[in-house]
Design a protein around this ligand. Sequence first.
Ligand SMILES: Nc1ncnc2c1ncn2[C@@H]1O[C@H](COP(=O)(O)OP(=O)(O)OP(=O)(O)O)[C@@H](O)[C@H]1O
Ligand SMILES: [Mg+2]
Length: 239
Amino acid sequence: MILRVENLHKSFGAQEILKDVSFDVETGDCVAILGPSGVGKTTLLRCLNFLERADGGSITFDGQRIELGKVHASQASAVRMHTGFVFQEFNLFLNMTVLQNVMEGLVTVRKVPRQQAQETALEALERVNLLDKKDAYPVSLSGGQKQRAAIARALALSPKILYFDEPTSALDPALTEEVLAVMRSLAEGGMTMLVVTHEMDFARHVANRVLYMEKGQIAQNIDASTYFHDLKDQRKEGT
Ligand SMILES: Nc1ncnc2c1ncn2[C@@H]1O[C@H](COP(=O)(O)OP(=O)(O)OP(=O)(O)O)[C@@H](O)[C@H]1O
Ligand SMILES: [Mg+2]
């Protein structure tokens, strides 16, 4: 088990968004997080990576238990050393080339020597099939290329878990496909992934578990194949 989430809760003001969220993630899992808009999927991912502070509960990441109500900055950065986050809107540095974007975290955060950082970055770009754009600036890339650069940037840091928040929802269908193909190959390569998505085909064919969120809680935490099998049955009954 790489991640255990226990009794996570989070309010914004008087509004309780995440009521009591608990689940485990095994190494190599690809977990699809599904649920209606506004249910708290983004908030959950952000809390897990300390981009947002949860009010209470705990996570155990790679054997290290952290009480979310009283997180030390050092604990948060220790976890972030081993996680990657891919956002809907890419968040690339516009004044840097693709290669520089991918090297940035290695050089400035990890203090990896430039030569070695470059080698690692080139390997990451190869994994997302973007070596040919290494010297391009983000402005000249398609959305799919930008997102693959963002995935390479996360991969370069050798994360133990990768969080994706609707990585393809800003993309049109053709570009969505090229990003999903990269994500599929990562999942098949054993990368542990938590993916908030509306891409049902991706969830059906790549994820092995589904977390379905409803009313600030995990309403279902089941095998992806069971989830989609049941969904099909429900549709049949409904017609
Ligand atoms: N920084 C914030 N301050 C106040 N309220 C917030 C903040 N961030 C999110 N919320 C509220 O928390 C709720 C959950 O938002 P969140 O973005 O996590 O939902 P989501 O499931 O990711 O939705 P979507 O599918 O539309 O992306 C929403 O009601 C939202 O308005
Ligand atoms: Mg969201």
